[in-house]
Ligand binder design. Structure first.
Ligand code: C5P
Length: 319
């Protein structure tokens, strides 16, 4: 439990992780699959407010607009939604919920509170049916990684999980932001299923995050650490939290920093146990969580009992 305690207090070192997780982190560093070469500064000791300002200064949610090569040549300006995500909801939402898929959501009883928010963000295959008491049943936006689109087992085209909501997909591109390389060699091919889905359901808002946005978030996480973090994109959870901070006045995040219910159960909807889901192997989750903890403006009681972090929307961050 000392790891969770460290997360609550914002004082955690990698040395507190199991040898297996430490090894996994090292392997990803050595592998550096996405060709990361960080050239920025390292500002440790930044306050939560300073981190908020640094994030606000960056680009607010950016999605592919089809105007860049190779997408422009492929006619993507007519394929992507006419309205950018940042304008889709007009002035935006008052309060928003980000519901992680963590096992600790189970038996949380958070359903009613989650549904009382103006917008609810969920991830990947996380269901609501059968889990309403704990996770609610409202979904406004769903962030999906490229595996969801590419792997037939997820039945992306037909499953009701992905209907009547806004979809935001992402895939790791090279750190150099070479879009040609990305298009010809994505982690999982999301481009073909995306185009097909857009043709079938043109009225449904469906975006692909721009790699620049994803790596810019990664840069902020790395820039706030002396240690080298995993050279892989932030988790969907971190991306989703930041996305909602640009669409909402206030963001409530559930079980990203684990509560007292902390468990090795990976997802609330699956019987699979692995501490890496909460603490990270591929994703720099531990560092993401430390950064989010620093920006928390909610109470320590909310954190421990509810697993809830409260963050201001960027509109309410004054630098
Ligand atoms: O596993 P998946 O990426 O679909 O889960 C959605 C997000 O929820 C993750 O990206 C991560 O940020 C968060 N999560 C977590 N702890 C877990 C499982 C998921 O923090 N045990």
């Amino acid at each position: 439990k000392s790891v969770v305690h460290g997360l609550w207090k914002g004082s955690l070192s990698v040395g507190m992780l199991s040898p297996r997780l430490q090894r996994a982190m090292k392997d990803y560093l050595n592998n550096n699959k996405h060709g990361v070469a960080y050239r920025g500064h390292r500002k440790t000791q930044q306050s939560g407010q300073q981190v908020l300002c640094e994030l606000k200064k960056g680009e607010n949610v950016r999605t592919l607009d089809g105007a860049e090569m190779p997408f422009s040549n492929l006619g993507w300006q007519k394929i992507v939604p006419a309205l950018p995500l940042s304008q889709l909801y007009g002035p935006g939402f008052q309060t928003c919920a980000v519901v992680t898929s963590a096992g600790a959501m189970l038996h949380s009883g958070h359903g009613k509170e989650i549904d009382s928010h103006d917008a609810v963000l969920r991830f990947n295959t996380a269901p609501t049916k059968g889990y309403e008491r704990d996770v609610g049943n409202k979904t406004t936006i769903r962030i999906i990684n490229s595996q969801i689109l590419a792997n037939p087992k997820h039945q992306f085209n037909t499953s009701s999980l992905y209907k009547n909501i806004t979809l935001v997909a992402w895939d790791p591109a090279p750190y150099t932001l070479n879009l040609h390389k990305w298009y010809s060699n994505p982690d999982y091919d999301l481009f073909t299923p995306y185009m097909e889905y857009r043709m079938h359901f043109p009225a449904q808002p469906f975006y692909i995050l721009h790699p620049k946005y994803i790596w810019q978030l990664w840069d902020v996480i790395q820039g706030n650490n002396l240690e080298n973090i995993q050279p892989n994109p932030p988790s969907s959870g971190f991306i989703g939290i930041l996305l909602m901070m640009s669409l909402c006045e206030e963001v409530h995040v559930y079980e990203y920093i684990p509560s007292l219910r902390q468990t090795d159960l990976c997802h609330y909807h699956e019987r699979y146990y692995d501490a890496a889901c909460t603490l990270g192997a591929y994703h720099p989750l531990l560092y993401e969580k430390m950064l989010i903890q620093r920006m928390n403006v909610g109470s320590e009681d909310d954190l421990k009992r509810k697993g809830k972090v409260t963050l201001p929307g960027f509109k309410n961050v004054h630098c």
